[in-house]
Ligand binder design. Structure first.
Ligand code: HEM
Length: 142
């Protein structure tokens, strides 16, 4: 039976539970960075349509270079579950390599903007989407 006493006694337990739930729901730094990357990539979708849109994308592309460099220093969550140390090391190197590749593609996008080259910009965007797919296939929890 729920009476005043049992209700009051359960308050600290409820507080603990909700704290645990909140902690569990808080996004990790990598998730936050990925979220920003995602929103910005969407905003860049049509930047290659003409030179004015291209020029307006410069600030976002430069900001994303920092975001991806930050993401490169994070540990993808699946890595901790890899038991074989050699395999773990290989995957860690591959994670870093993919992030480096993404930064390089952002440099390519920056160069395309500075040159006013919409085709080269679209090419860099396609390459980034391929790198995203490869990175998610290997490292993103299902
Ligand atoms: C244009 C490139 C990319 C975009 C737009 C993108 C976008 C996203 C989004 C929206 C999420 C879900 C975040 C969440 O759960 O709140 C995510 C998660 C993730 N991405 Fe990416 N991503 C990109 C590239 C990459 C690359 C290259 C890698 C690996 C080298 C990668 C690794 C991951 C991992 C490990 C997660 C899961 C993080 C976690 O749940 O802790 N992503 N990404």
């Amino acid at each position: 039976m729920l009476n005043r006493r049992t209700l009051l006694a359960s308050v600290p337990a409820l507080a603990l539970l909700s704290h645990a739930a909140l902690a569990q729901d808080a996004p990790t730094k990598l998730q936050e960075l990925m979220g920003e990357l995602n929103r910005s990539m969407r905003s860049l979708k049509d930047a290659g349509k003409d030179e004015a849109s291209l020029a307006a994308a410069l600030e976002t592309v430069r900001r994303l270079q920092h975001v991806v460099l930050d993401a490169k220093s994070e540990e993808p969550p699946l890595l901790a579950d890899v038991k074989d140390p050699k395999k773990q090391k290989r995957q860690q190197q591959d994670y870093v390599a993919k992030m480096q590749q993404l930064v390089q593609e952002l440099f390519d996008a920056e160069n395309a903007i500075l040159a006013g080259d919409t085709k080269a910009f679209d090419k860099a965007m396609r390459a980034m989407n391929e790198t995203k797919k490869a990175g998610h296939d290997e490292f993103k929890p299902k």
